[in-house]
Design a protein around this ligand. Structure first.
Ligand SMILES: [Zn+2]
Length: 485
């Protein structure tokens, strides 16, 4: 997602161009609750008290799987859909909320029994016929239809979030809150789940989504149903769908990782060349971080300028302006850090963007030499200093895609590297990824790994970089290195 750019020297602008703008299981058998349970059950909370978006997400349950069945008419942008949500109750529940914006709900069931619902957009409260016991798995189905509209979050002015319609194209770019524009969910990165998406469209539209394309079923000769599965946990903001006149182009594999891209038909040859670097990048990051976390990767390129790119899981989305090498590296690297290891709250966004920004430069450093990285980082330090860049770990919603997060975040990692040396730095990063793979992590979790792996107490050092109002000085070693002493 977009970085608010500072004026940069050309070489540095090129170096960081990627920084973006870029950037069912079955229901449990019904157990009538005991009178004691019924008396003890209460409603789940309507939000998770995220520091930036307190009402996103809901309390009282943990989603395991979403099965989304959508019938989409592209020219009119209308859908008829059923979302089946399998979740575990984390408390005794008399009611729970889903985040859902717009669209018309026709029916909701919980464990096959009709449920009552009320809406106060984007909150939807569901009252099951029977209370749900803590620890029980329960299945909610929501039937709905209408025309999905993107959100305009006042804090994030540059993008229409969620489901977007542009003529004969539909695409979903949700970070941070847009997922609720097209399916009801627990809309917070801390509740990751697996997905199945069955999407029916008129021929000859093509449907691209996260994960694996399992099958394409013909319907009556005019329509086709695409089934996609995402078998690894995924945050709601990373779920995507792209429907349009797209051609699939497969790249050479990287090890076991299949690479499939979706390009606008008229631009496919040019884009295939532009994105052919992907396998080499997967090899490079796998060597640093550990194996690529999913079975597939690729990009979906939209047939117009988007102004940013987004790391939607296993299928990053680009505009046709976004294929610079730094951006390609940035969105790919997010698959490890951001997608497979996901921030616990939106205030930990620097753990996404600081890492992706620094690691896109490591790719360029790999191609061009360490001097390029050091010179560029020192130049950028001066700009951060001149711009009085605030602490990346304490931003508000309107600053979550700012240079503070991307650039001071990247500098936090560079400073750590200079402080502990290359060997310890890369051991810290590998262990941080390994330990939190598939889950969520807070900034404190990162600092804990750095302390443990380095054998040093880096808490104050890192806190100054992440939370200190003033930009800390460059660690001594940098000055020595860059002067060639
Ligand atoms: Zn990013």
């Amino acid at each position: 997602m977009p970085l608010r750019r500072l004026a940069l020297p050309l070489f540095l602008a090129l170096a960081i161009a990627g920084c973006l703008p870029i950037s069912a299981p079955p229901p449990q058998g019904l157990q009538p609750p005991t009178p004691a349970l019924a008396a003890a059950a209460g409603p789940g909370s309507s939000g998770l008290n995220d520091p930036l978006f307190p009402l996103l997400g809901n309390g009282g349950y943990d989603v395991q799987h979403y099965a989304l069945d959508l019938d989409v008419h592209v020219p009119s942008n209308t859908i008829t859909a059923t979302a089946t949500i399998v979740a575990t109750a984390t408390q005794n529940l008399s009611a729970f909320n889903l985040d859902f914006s717009g669209l018309t709900v026709t029916e909701i069931t919980v464990n096959d029994l009709a449920a009552v619902h009320t809406r106060s957009d984007p909150e939807m409260t569901v009252v099951p016929a029977l209370p749900l016991m803590e620890g029980s798995l329960f299945t909610t189905t929501v039937s709905y239809h209408g025309t999905p509209r993107p959100l305009r979050d006042p804090a994030i002015g540059f993008a229409a979030l969620g489901w977007n319609h542009a003529g004969n194209l539909i695409y979903v770019v949700s970070e941070p809150s847009g997922a609720m524009t097209w399916y009801p969910n627990n809309n917070h990165p801390s509740d990751k789940a697996t997905y199945t998406m069955r999407v029916t469209v008129d021929k000859p539209y093509t449907v691209a989504a996260n994960g694996e394309l399992v099958k394409i079923e013909e319907q009556d000769g005019r329509r086709a149903t695409y089934t996609w599965t995402m078998d690894a946990p995924m945050a709601s903001y990373l779920a995507t769908l792209v429907i349009g006149d797209l051609v699939r182009v497969d790249n050479e594999r990287s090890g076991q990782v299949r690479i499939r891209n979706y390009f606008p038909t008229e631009d496919a040859n040019r884009l295939a060349i532009q994105f052919s670097v992907t396998a080499e990048m997967i090899d490079y990051y796998s060597a640093i971080l550990g194996d690529y976390p999913f079975e597939t990767y690729g990009v979906a390129v939209l047939p117009f300028h988007l102004g940013y790119a987004l790391e939607t899981q296993t299928l990053s989305i680009f505009g046709n302006d976004g294929g610079m090498e730094g951006v390609i590296a940035h969105e790919l690297m997010h698959q490890w850090l951001g997608n497979h290891v996901t921030p616990a709250t939106w205030q930990d966004i620097w753990l996404n963007e600081g890492f992706a920004t620094y690691f896109q430069r490591l790719w360029l450093d790999h191609k061009l030499g360490r001097g390029f990285l050091d010179t560029g980082m020192v130049s950028y330090y001066k700009l951060l200093k001149a711009g009085h860049a605030g602490p990346p770990g304490a931003v508000g919603a309107h600053d979550m895609f700012s240079s503070t997060v991307y650039e001071r975040g990247a500098w936090t990692l560079h400073a750590l590297r200079l402080q502990v040396g290359d060997e310890a730095f890369f051991r810290i990063i590998r262990e941080y990824y390994r330990r939190h793979a598939g889950g969520n992590v807070s900034t404190a979790g990162f600092i804990a790994v750095a302390n443990e792996v380095s054998g040093q107490d880096l808490t104050e050092f890192l806190n100054n970089w992440i939370y200190g109002p003033e930009l800390p000085p460059i660690p001594e070693e940098t000055i020595t290195d860059t002067e060639g002493n």
